[in-house]
Design a binder for this molecule. Sequence first.
Ligand code: SF4
Length: 64
Amino acid sequence: MQITLDADKCCAAGQCVLVAPEVFDQREEDGVVELLDAAPPAEQHDAVREAAALCPAAVIEVRE
Ligand code: SF4
């Protein structure tokens, strides 16, 4: 799995961090998403897919 972000579209809703806190974080200053692990281990994959589905701004792109 490979993750890419289009952080310019991020509205800092934080859904991704709630669902997959080991993969996503938010910048202190404005809450914009940060990617902690662009190629997470298998046990994170379901959470990453859920985060991508929940993101209200379609920021998270997942390639399997
Ligand atoms: S869920 Fe989407 S819009 Fe919200 S912080 Fe994460 S990437 Fe940004």
